[in-house]
Design a protein around this ligand. Structure first.
Ligand code: MN
Length: 285
């Protein structure tokens, strides 16, 4: 199943080039009282509501995908976790270009660990990226984004894929410089997620997915998830060895080689096998 959020917080199932409105399923969530859950309540209920969602999709009138404005498929992630350098060629690229990362932040992922991006940086593909510091270098990073579906504390590698709800395309936008990653990569609109969530059962194991990114039609990044240094299960196990993962948490799995700058006016197109494609406009603030 392909689940999207579109328009003004409508929920849809994507079939072919059409969206089927299943927003009514949100009536099945809650009621909630203060303090609100710190996870995404729709993602947490996805397994439970799955058959209702499919049934609703079957009876709702289709709307052309080209007519809708796509938001991030997950509305309320508790945290955006990201792998800093998780492809060998990107590690070599980072070591060879002082502008990419400050010296003390370059190294094998097993040593430097993971980082967090502010949830306020999250947007959907049709909202676009707004460059906040135009005089600095602002780079694109395409990544396979993993959506956590179940609460997971210190999950072993062998069971890690069982806690995944699905996958989407992530852009880990970055202003380069000496500051902590968590600051430079948390600018409003610097975490793009879309076009929809493809459920784990539909996508299968995320082990051999081509991913690519082009800017204004020029291919900048092209790679395959088989070249991840830490695989998706290993990343989940690693992350959950430090903090509990909750439904809706997003894990950016790292970008391959080919990162480079974007400017206002550019259009970024990114695609991942078995997920789809996003087209994201870059503009000035
Ligand atoms: Mn990244």
């Amino acid at each position: 199943m392909r689940l999207c959020r579109y328009g003004n917080n409508r929920i849809g199932v994507v079939r072919g080039d059409y969206v089927h409105d299943v927003t009514g399923v949100l009536d099945r969530l809650g009621p909630y009282h203060y303090p609100l859950p710190t996870h995404d309540v729709l993602i947490a209920a996805l397994d439970h509501l799955r058959s209702d969602i499919e049934a609703l999709a079957g009876v709702s009138a289709p709307v052309a995908l080209s007519e809708v404005r796509l938001q991030s498929p997950v509305a309320n992630p508790g945290k955006l976790i990201a792998a800093p350098v998780n492809y060998q060629k990107h590690l070599e690229e980072a070591r060879g270009d002082a502008a990419l990362h400050h010296q003390n932040q370059i190294g094998e992922i097993q040593r430097v660990g993971l980082f967090l991006k502010a949830t306020s940086s999250m947007v959907g593909p049709d909202e676009g990226v707004v460059i906040r510091f135009p005089n600095r270098r602002n780079d694109h990073e395409v990544e396979l984004a993993v959506v956590i579906g179940k609460t997971a504390d210190r999950v072993p590698v062998e069971r890690a894929l069982h806690v995944v709800a699905g996958y989407c395309i992530g852009l880990d936008m970055t202003v380069r410089g000496p500051e902590e990653r968590s600051l430079r990569k948390s600018i409003d609109s610097y975490s793009v997620l879309g076009p929809w969530l493809v459920t784990a059962d539909e996508l299968g194991e995320p082990v051999n997915l081509e991913l690519s990114l082009a800017v204004n039609g020029e291919i900048r990044q092209a790679a395959n998830t088989r070249d991840l240094i830490l695989s998706v299960p290993e990343l989940i196990a690693f992350a959950s060895s430090y903090y509990t993962l909750h439904p809706g948490d997003i894990l950016f799995s790292g970008t391959p080689a080919g990162v480079g700058p974007v400017q206002p006016g550019d259009v970024i197109r990114a695609s991942i096998d078995r997920i789809g494609e996003i087209a994201v406009s870059v503009r000035g603030s």
